[in-house]
Structures are given as structure tokens and as C-alpha cells.
Design a protein around this ligand. Structure first.
Ligand code: ATP
Length: 252
């Protein structure tokens, strides 16, 4: 379970995230959908405990990330949009290192590493240096590192970027299996297509505020019922208006 109460982040006078309230229960893949600069990454980084909120509270399961950060972070696997990997470690060494950060070691970690490498079809790369991994392989390693300590919640920023169709399908299946076992996934995306393919419910975020929430179907109905601002947003999120504008410019 992930709960946000009046979550706010300001930079000087600029409000990047504006009093967001959100409850994502166990068993759901929840999507944060919004255009560039909407405040998605800022929100996810606050949930991960990397960025301090200006105001508001964040609960992961029963733990408040601000007052009980170690316990809250133990419940969370975070996959950032620009992940960092140590090039001079092998894949297995990298996962062992991350497991150690969470206080896990020994044979249980070795079993988990083998399980994750098999799942992502990376077993033959296990003892190769990360610098020799392709972009998609690094992405799979990062996802493995977020799962190494068996978290209850996964927070992931733009999960599909860099994955080939097979990798994308695998990730979708992994997230689905994860929530079916009682986990919680909160992911961000700027495309409606990804949200539709993966999420049970979504919130549309614009200029730091949640402007609509529900299932894609519910939001489509609101749009069809004449919510012009939502229709405009949907067009932008599917690339509609940009593509039209671009075509107009190019045909001049
Ligand atoms: P994208 O889809 O492009 O990644 P996003 O929805 O993740 O966008 P954020 O990265 O959360 O957007 O940024 C939200 C707003 O906050 C943007 O206008 C950004 O310029 C601003 N912002 C983010 N970090 C800082 C910072 N350190 N200082 C000042 N402004 C910032």
C-alpha cells in the first residue's frame, strides 16, 4: 500500500508537486500519467526517500518514509528513470551489493540472484562486467536489483523505456504476478498506450496536480461526456495534437 497526503514540493516560488493525495492499495498497478514536466519524477523521488517533500506525508505499508525511513525503504523497490550501475562489477556482484544495502546476504541472496537472472534470461551474463551489457540488459539488471530484497511495493519511473517488445511483455507479466501476490506497483509514464497496457487505474497529473483519476475506461467516458480539457490532455498524451501540429508545419 502506498499513501500520499498533501504531498508538495516547491522550488523557490515554483510548485512542482501541488498537494497530491493518493492511495494505491495492495494488488494494483497504478499509473501516473502526465506530459513532460508534470511532476511525475519529483513525486516518485519523494516516495523513494531521495527528495525531501516541502509538505505532506508518505506512507509505505505502515511506515512513514520521513519518520521511519529504514523500515519504509525496506518495503520498497525503486527503479529510477536514470539508474546508476557500477560498470566494473559483474551483474551478480552488483545484485549482491544492492542486497547488502538492505542487510541481506548469504545463500538466500545467491538463490534469489540465480532466480532473477533466469527470469530475465541473463544467466549467461551473470559473471560478465556490467560495462558489456546492452541498454536493455542493464534495464533488466536494474529491475532485478529492485526486486532482490522482495519488496512489497515497487515504484518505477518510465518502465518501458529501453526494453524490446519481449522485455516489455516480460516486465508487464512480472508486475502483474507481483500484484496478484499482494504487491503494489506505482509507475509513471507519459504515454496513454503504456498506461492502458499495464495499469488497473491511473491518475493524470498536470502542472503538479492530479486533474483526473480512475480506470482508463472511466476517463474515456468523462472525455466523451464533453470534458474538453481532458480530451486535450488525452490527445497530447497519445501524441495527437503534437503530430497534427508537426504535420501542419512540415506541409507549409
Ligand atoms: P518528464 O516526463 O519530462 O520526466 P516529469 O513529469 O517527471 O517530466 P519532473 O521531472 O517531476 O516532471 O519535473 C516537474 C517540474 O519541476 C518541471 O517543471 C521541472 O523543471 C521542475 N524541477 C524538477 N527538479 C527541479 C529542481 N531541482 N529545481 C527546479 N525545478 C525543478
Amino acid at each position: 500500500m502506498i499513501r500520499l497526503e498533501e504531498l508538495t514540493k516547491t522550488y523557490g516560488k515554483f510548485v512542482a508537486v501541488d498537494a497530491i493525495d493518493l492511495h494505491v492499495p495492495r494488488g494494483q498497478i497504478f499509473g501516473f500519467l502526465g506530459p513532460n514536466g508534470a511532476g511525475k519524477t519529483t513525486t516518485l523521488r519523494m516516495i523513494a526517500g531521495i527528495l525531501r517533500p516541502t509538505h505532506g506525508r508518505i506512507w509505505l505499508g505502515g511506515d512513514d518514509i520521513l519518520s521511519n525511513p529504514m523500515a519504509a525503504k525496506a518495503r520498497l523497490g525503486f527503479i529510477p528513470d536514470r539508474p546508476f550501475v557500477y560498470e566494473k562489477l559483474t551483474g551478480a556482484e552488483f545484485l549482491r551489493f544492492v542486497a547488502g544495502l538492505y542487510g541481506h546476504d548469504g545463500s538466500a541472496v545467491e538463490r534469489r540472484i540465480n532466480e532473477l537472472f533466469e527470469l530475465f534470461e541473463l544467466s549467461v551474463w551473470k559473471n560478465e562486467l556490467v560495462e558489456s551489457y546492452s541498454h536493455g540488459m542493464r534495464q533488466k539488471l536494474i529491475i532485478s536489483s529492485a526486486l532482490i530484497h522482495r519488496p512489497e511495493c515497487i515504484v518505477v519511473d518510465e518502465p518501458m523505456v529501453g526494453l524490446d517488445p519481449k522485455g516489455a511483455r516480460l516486465l508487464k507479466d512480472i508486475f502483474r504476478a507481483f500484484v496478484e501476490k499482494g504487491g503494489t506497483v506505482l509507475m509513471s509514464t507519459h504515454t496513454l498506450e503504456v498506461a492502458q497496457a499495464m495499469c488497473d487505474r491511473i491518475a493524470i497529473i498536470q502542472e503538479g496536480r492530479i486533474v483526473a483519476r480512475g480506470t482508463i475506461e472511466e476517463l474515456r467516458k468523462q472525455t466523451a461526456a464533453g470534458d474538453a480539457s481532458l480530451e486535450e490532455l488525452f490527445l497530447r498524451l497519445t501524441g495527437g495534437s503534437d503530430v497534427q501540429e508537426l504535420a501542419a508545419v512540415l506541409s507549409d
